[in-house]
Design a protein around this ligand. Sequence first.
Ligand SMILES: [Fe+2]
Length: 326
Amino acid sequence: MIGKFAIRDGKVDYAIRYVETARYKAEKAARRALFGQYRNPFTDTPEAAGIDRTVANTTPVWHAGRLFMTKEDGLAYEVDPETLETRGRWDYYGALKSETFTAHPRLDPETGELFFFGYEAGGLCSTDVAYCIADRDGKLVSEQWFQQPYCSTIHDFAITERHAVFPIFPTTADLDRLRAGGPHWAHRQDLESWVAIMPRYGKVDEMRWFKGPRGVSAFHLVNAFDDGDLVHLDICLTDTNAFAFMREAGGVHRAQHEIQGGLTRWTFDLTKPGDTFESRVIGPPGDMPRLRDADQGRPYRSAWYLTVNPQGGPRCRAGGRRSPSP
Ligand SMILES: [Fe+2]
């Protein structure tokens, strides 16, 4: 669904509508569920075969005068910003070859370009990743594919003024597991993480790969920026996957409050050979960061994210009392 607050003349109107994806229309017509488990088409009914599975429910994205609803398992759907009617699946006038479009593209505040990617770009469980740029008029001007080391959930990436940065964390998909009716994602505590860095207007074969710690996980990146020949990447990092359903599928059984992590700065020195980098914690654990749009890909002074007091232990406060601290 997509909801909208319209603020006009000191009044606020609210509207909400379903995003009418192919899946929504098929199930509405059938008047029953046709699709099975989360991102497992082998659990669908026969009537669902060949129908786009995405529910386009993660992030609204504005670019070049168009509003998109995105989810990383399919292409974006364009939505009319006034009526919230669904206009249809967005493939850049047939130019985009990737089957998927990230829910976290990055908009350069000066050039107006949209930098984005799709993983599983060539199909279910493929290691194909498409790296794409749409210009300020919304035209697809670049699409290059590369292979990631294993089929991971690349939920977010980052740009700097000169680089594109792709972090790879070992929560992986497996076709045999899906065929057996299993979950799409399972966390692999034994696998290394990776970061790929390339010139943002360069070729994917210029990409450098850096090896990160084993078993770590992140869904969102706060920002990245250049500092001479250094690239800094600020990550909401945890020592395993923070979602129980993904880590338990990989045999990692830990209580939620035992998950460790922190806002972590990874710094890559591009003048040095090798695949290592520096790491330091710069803030308490948390996620769902929000950056000032003008700071995208630039050195920045502040950003916002949700956190808990790491000394406070697990806690759930019911009722209407407001907590004085984050
Ligand atoms: Fe997200």
